[in-house]
Design a protein. Sequence first.
Length: 75
Amino acid sequence: MADNISSLINLHGPDSTLAQAVGAGIKEWMSLVLYALGIGAAFIHPYVAFAFYMAVAALWFIPDRRIEKRLAPDE
């Protein structure tokens, strides 16, 4: 997913509405951290690692409304 967003931002430019809407990409960074914690936890107990991986899945199950909010016309 991050590669698609990066490609679109490169196409439209760093000052575009899309780049401003996406911002720092908190979900992307949280996913990386949770995956890293899951890998480390796999050495401790597989169920703990599984919990971290499920947290990443739950994080991405929640819709990301940043782009819709930025592009929506003011009402």
